[in-house]
Ligand binder design. Structure first.
Ligand SMILES: [Zn+2]
Length: 600
């Protein structure tokens, strides 16, 4: 019995004693960047941060122990050299990216790498190989290499043979090593949970939600490669279906038509007088409505509360309520392009937060090279602080609006922080904390009321931007659809802001999932399309979900392909209301919107 215990003890502890230099250096190389965090933690204690930091160290220790055990139990020197090279290489690449570009090994970097050809890559590297930051990387690697050589030499020459057979040391170290392994395995469950997901949306969201953010080079590599696999798989599907469009009849070119889609961002419709707000945040749209050009839809619902899945749902021709995944159906702008439309895509989120998982996930779709070729006539190439500058850039670049055009504007809208979304001049600093007369006890705080006022100011600016767009096309044969990717909350029904999910409550779905939706028609369009305008007017009270948006646009754009399904087109007389399935972002559970709305 005693012998067995001894054997187990020594099996676990032996690797660390035998290969202590490797174990110590691995830990040092991969965790040294955590030292500043640890110091910060001591000065400013936060339980969440501490958990995160301990978890990240636990993950590094687990890798360390596995590598060390492999070397010790196989006794292979070659394996040890290979591991040292891998460790230094990963450390070096990560540091190179971090110091030169403020990136880490990530999915974004992998995608960039795969999309760059060797000539571009070598030209690019020429510029950075000898930068000051790169020189720092080289000497840091050299120092670590020297430490490896010295420590290995001294330890193997003078120390290891004296302690390797010591039973007492083995017994003393057994419990700490065991605890370390448990700590490592518990922390590593984070990586396992993330890699259990098989769609990009779930995969990225899980990363956002985990308290421990594994950023060590090994976890980053594992997560990036796995992410690349998922993104690649979905993208392959999406491109394949978009490439193989069938039977798209060309549009009748004797006429001209502008179909405009404006996609807002984080737009809470209850903050507009169009939907009953007591402040006039949309004077422009109200005027259009009074003039009989704008038709307000009262029961539109979006399926997700996040930008990336929502946008994919809007731009792919799938129907979520019918169980169709976005990646199995074509990107609808490509259908317009195939019908000989000019397709312009002007996106103010193109370069926004583009190291964040959600931007990577969406933009790798919108700006995939094949998607670009199949779908767009032209796109913007940079983003702007304020949305109106995006419209200016479109105006400068696209001169003629004759012919058939599909023009998509993707705005920054009221994305948090709303106060950063409008120029702080007199016109838009219209509402202040004093304009907000709500009586909820949690709104006694002036700062919170100021947040609401700034959100309203951002809507006022959004209204101005939409007017700018309409003025460009007012005299033409034009129809425009405006909607948002999802809503937003700014102390609307509880003491919180920025979509703080608390479960699918009536308040949540009212402010986040029930969204503004409207169709604007120019005078010329109204004159030329009596029947369609009548159909729009008669549909404003229908209940529908925005993932079928493309069906309405096919109708307005007069594209009668096999992809047009009138039962899903909100203004068609064959429209059939369907169950509106919305998803939460915690467990990806599906809910029936109307069931929650009608709860007592
Ligand atoms: Zn959004």
């Amino acid at each position: 019995m005693g012998k067995k215990v001894n054997q187990i003890c020594s099996f676990f502890v032996y690797p660390i004693i035998k290969e202590f230099p490797f174990f110590a250096l691995f830990l040092f190389i991969f965790s040294s960047e955590l030292i500043p965090f640890a110091i910060e933690m001591i000065n400013d204690f936060s339980p969440l941060w501490t958990r995160s930091l301990l978890g990240r160290i636990g993950i590094i220790l687990l890798y360390d122990y596995i590598f060390t055990s492999l070397i010790a139990h196989t006794g292979s020197k070659t394996l040890k050299y290979i591991f040292y090279v891998v460790v230094l290489l990963l450390y070096g690449i990560n540091l190179f990216l971090l110091l030169n570009f403020n990136y880490r090994i990530s999915l974004n970097v992998l995608i960039l790498l795969l999309e760059t050809n060797s000539r571009e890559a070598s030209e690019f590297m020429d510029g950075y190989l000898l930068s000051d930051s790169s020189l720092t990387v080289y000497w840091k690697i050299t120092l670590r290499l020297l430490a490896i050589i010295i420590l290995e030499f001294v330890y193997n020459r003078y120390i290891v043979h004296r302690i390797v057979e010591k039973k007492r040391l083995t017994h003393i170290l057994f419990v700490p090593v065991l605890l370390m392994c448990i700590w490592g395995i518990v922390s590593y469950s984070t990586v396992v949970r993330i890699c259990q997901h098989t769609t990009t949306e779930e995969f990225f969201n899980q990363q956002m939600m985990e308290i421990i953010k594994p950023k060590d080079p090994i976890s980053s590599t594992i997560l990036s490669v796995y992410g690349l696999f998922i993104v690649g798989h979905e993208m392959e599907n999406a491109i394949e279906t978009t490439k193989n469009l069938k039977n798209i009849p060309l549009v009748d070119k004797s006429d001209s038509l502008n179909v405009i889609l404006v996609i807002g961002e984080s737009f809470n419709k209850w903050h507009t007088e169009l939907y009953g707000y007591d402040h006039k945040t949309t004077p422009g749209l109200s005027r259009e409505s009074q003039n009989g050009n704008l038709f307000i839809f009262n029961d539109a619902v979006c399926p997700f509360c996040l930008t990336s899945p929502s946008m994919k749902g809007l731009l792919s021709s799938n129907s979520i309520s019918d169980g169709e995944a976005w990646s199995d159906y074509p990107f609808f702008p490509a259908i317009f392009k195939a019908a000989q439309y000019n397709v312009y895509f002007w996106d103010n989120q193109r370069t926004f937060n583009n190291t964040e998982p959600y931007s990577i996930s969406l933009n790798s779709y919108l700006y995939n090279e094949e998607i670009i070729n199949l779908s767009y006539t032209a796109t913007n190439d940079s983003s702007f602080t304020y949305d109106d500058e995006l419209i200016n850039s479109f105006e400068k670049k696209v001169k003629s609006y004759s012919d058939h055009n599909l023009i998509i504007f993707h705005l920054m809208g009221q994305h948090y922080n709303a106060q950063e979304r409008f120029p702080h001049d007199k016109r838009f600093l219209h509402f202040t904390a004093d304009s907000i007369h709500r009586k909820e006890p949690y709104l006694k705080d002036r700062e919170k009321r100021q947040h609401i006022a700034d959100y309203d100011n951002a809507i006022l600016y959004n209204d101005y931007v939409i007017q700018h767009i309409l003025n460009l096309f007012r005299e033409k044969n034009t129809v425009m659809v405006f909607l948002t990717d999802h809503g937003e909350e700014t102390y609307d029904y509880k003491d919180s802001m920025y979509r703080n999910y608390e479960g699918m409550t009536k308040g949540w779905i009212k402010h986040i999932h029930s969204i503004p939706f409207m169709v604007w028609c120019s005078d010329t369009y109204i004159k030329n399309h009596e029947k369609t305008v009548e159909a729009i007017k008669n549909s404003t009270e229908r209940s529908f979900m925005t993932d079928n948006l493309c069906q309405l646009l096919f109708h307005l754009g007069e594209i009668e392909s096999d992809y047009y399904i009138p039962e899903r087109d909100v203004i068609s007389d064959r429209f059939v209301p369907r169950k509106r399935i919305i998803e939460d972002v915690i467990k990806y559970e599906k809910y029936d919107y109307d069931e929650i709305k009608n709860q007592q």
